[in-house]
Design a protein around this ligand. Structure first.
Ligand code: CMC
Length: 434
C-alpha cells in the first residue's frame, strides 16, 4: 500500500468557494480512498455516512472483496481455491500470520490449537446458569466473554506473546463452547475434545457423539464442515468485525471483543440470516406459495425480506454461495437426504433472479442461502446455525483484532455525529410541564 500524498482530491464549498485538498490513498486493489483525517481541522466540517456505505474504517492486509466481480481473497488467495485446496486450520494460519504455512509451521500451529481445545472445568458450571431453552447465541455471548474471567494469563494486550496465546485460545475453545451450548440445549452430556482428530472432525464429534455409543466421523461431512468453516472465516470490515475492532480500539481484552462480535453477528441482517433462511423456507412450505412471498418481499409496507438474498458489497454474486451450493449437493447425496427445502430454495432462487425488483437492485443469494440446508442435513438444530458462523468467523475477528493491535499508532475508534435534537432550552420545573 502506498500512502504518499502524491495524488490529492480537492473538495470545494460551492457557496464560499473555499477549498480543501486531501490526500488520495491507494491500496493494492479497490477504489482509492480520500484520507479525510485532516478535514475537520482544515474545514471545520465532519463527514456523514451513517451506515458506512462509503467509508473505509481502517487499512487492512487481510481480506479483499470486489463486490462487482464477486471476488473474495484472503491474503491474496482466492476463496474458491482455499475452499477446495486448503484446510480450515491452514486458512486460519494464513489469516493470522499472512502467509501459507510450511509443513513445520502448520504442524506447530495445529499442535498449539489442539493443545488449547479444552475449557476450564469450572466453565461447565457456568452453563447450568442458563435456561435449557436459551438461544445458543445468547449462551455464546456470555461464555465467550467469560473466558476473560478464566484466562488471566493472556489478558495483557500490550504483550505480543499474550495476544497470540489469546488468539490461539479463541480459535481452539470457541468450537468447544459452541458444541457445549448445543449439548446443553439438548440435555445431553458435554463431550470433551478429542485431540487425535482434525479440527472439523473433533467439532462434529463434540456436537454429535454421546457417551453411550461409538461415533465415527464421516469424512465427507468433516470435509463439508471444514469447507463451511473456510467460507465463513473472514469478510473484511462487516458489522461484527467492525464491532470487534471498535471494542478492541478501547484496549478491551480479546475475549470481550470477540463476545461483542458474536452479539453483532447474531442479527438477522448479518449472521442470523442462516437461521432465518430455513425458517422462511419452512414458512413458504411449497413452491406454489413462492409468488406470494416474493410479493411480500417487494412490498415496502411489509417488513418481510427474502432472507439469504442481497449483500451490502456483492452486487453480482457471492462466491461463497457458489461453493456452498456445490457442497450442498455432495452432503445431501452422502447422507441420502432428499430435502424438499433444497428444491424449494432452488425454485425461489430461480424466480427471484428473474424478477425485475431483484434484478434491478442486484439482489443475489448470499452465503446464508445454502448453508442452512447443509447444516440441517448434517443434523444441526436450526438455532445452532449462527453459532457455526461464529465458530468460523472467530479467526477472522481475531486476525483483524491482532492486525489492529499491531498498528503502532492505535487510537480509540470514536465516530462523530450530526446532532439533530433540540436546541438549548431552559429546564422546565415539573409543575410547569404540559
Ligand atoms: N429482500 C427484499 N428486498 C431487499 C432485500 C431482501 N433480502 N435486500 C435488500 N432489499 C432491497 C431493499 O429494500 C432496498 O430497496 P429500495 O432501494 O427499493 O429501498 C434495496 O434492496 C437495497 O437494500 P438495502 O437494505 O439498502 O441494502 P443494505 O446493503 O443496507 O443491506 C442486507 C444488505 C444483506 C442487510 C440486505 O440485503 C438484507 O437484509 N438481506 C436479507 C438478510 C441476509 O440475507 N443477510 C445476510 C447477509 S450475507 C452474510 C453476512 O454478511 O452475515
Amino acid at each position: 500500500m502506498t500512502d504518499t500524498p502524491e495524488q490529492t482530491f480537492t473538495l470545494t464549498n460551492d457557496q464560499t468557494g473555499e477549498s480543501c485538498t486531501l490526500p488520495l490513498v491507494e491500496g493494492t486493489y479497490g477504489p482509492h480512498c480520500i484520507d479525510i483525517r485532516k478535514l475537520y481541522a482544515q474545514t471545520g466540517h465532519f463527514t456523514l455516512d451513517p451506515s458506512f456505505t462509503a467509508t473505509g474504517s481502517c487499512k487492512s492486509r487481510i481480506t479483499y472483496i470486489d463486490g462487482d466481480e464477486g471476488i473474495l481473497m484472503h491474503r491474496g488467495y482466492d476463496i474458491k481455491e482455499l475452499a477446495t485446496k486448503s484446510t480450515y486450520l491452514e486458512t486460519c494460519y494464513l489469516l493470522l500470520y499472512g502467509e501459507l504455512p510450511t509443513q513445520a509451521e502448520l504442524d506447530e500451529f495445529t499442535h498449539n490449537i489442539t493443545y488449547h481445545t479444552m475449557v476450564h472445568e469450572q466453565m461447565h458450571r457456568l452453563f447450568s446458569g442458563f435456561r435449557r431453552d436459551a438461544h445458543p447465541m445468547a449462551v455464546m455471548v456470555g461464555v465467550v466473554g467469560a473466558l476473560a474471567a478464566f484466562y488471566h494469563d493472556s489478558l495483557d494486550i500490550n504483550d505480543p506473546k499474550q495476544r497470540e496465546i489469546s488468539a490461539h485460545r479463541l480459535i481452539a475453545k470457541v468450537p468447544t463452547l459452541a458444541a457445549m451450548s448445543m449439548k446443553y440445549s439438548m440435555g445431553q452430556p458435554f463431550v470433551y475434545p478429542d485431540n487425535t482428530l482434525s479440527y472439523s472432525e473433533n467439532f462434529l464429534k463434540m456436537c454429535f457423539s454421546v457417551p453411550a455409543e461409538e461415533y465415527k466421523v464421516s469424512p465427507v461431512l468433516a470435509r463439508a464442515m471444514d469447507r463451511i468453516l473456510i467460507l465463513h472465516a473472514d469478510h473484511e470490515q462487516n458489522a461484527s468485525t467492525s464491532t470487534v475492532r471498535i471494542a478492541g480500539s478501547s484496549q478491551a481484552n480479546p475475549f470481550a471483543c470477540i463476545s461483542s462480535g458474536i452479539a453483532s453477528l447474531w442479527g438477522p441482517s448479518h449472521g442470523g440470516a442462516n437461521q432465518k433462511v430455513l425458517e422462511m423456507l419452512d414458512e413458504i412450505g411449497s413452491k406454489d406459495r413462492i409468488p406470494e412471498f416474493i410479493e411480500r418481499a417487494k412490498d415496502k409496507e411489509d417488513p418481510f425480506r427474502l432472507m439469504g438474498f442481497g449483500h451490502r458489497v456483492y452486487k453480482n454474486l457471492d462466491p461463497r454461495a457458489q461453493v456452498l451450493k456445490e457442497s450442498c449437493d455432495e452432503v445431501l447425496e452422502e447422507l441420502g437426504v432428499d430435502d424438499p427445502r433444497l428444491e424449494l430454495a432452488m425454485e425461489l432462487e430461480r424466480i427471484a433472479l428473474e424478477d425485475e425488483y431483484f434484478v434491478q437492485r442486484k439482489l443475489f443469494p448470499n452465503v446464508d442461502f445454502y448453508s442452512g440446508i447443509i447444516l440441517k442435513a448434517m443434523g444441526f438444530p436450526t438455532e445452532m446455525f449462527t453459532v457455526l458462523f461464529a465458530v468460523s468467523r472467530t479467526v477472522g475477528w481475531v486476525s483483524q483484532w491482532k492486525e489492529m493491535m499491531e498498528e503502532p499508532a492505535l487510537r480509540i475508534g470514536r465516530p462523530r455525529q450530526l446532532y439533530t435534537g433540540a436546541a438549548e432550552r431552559p429546564y422546565v420545573p415539573m409543575k410547569k410541564r404540559k
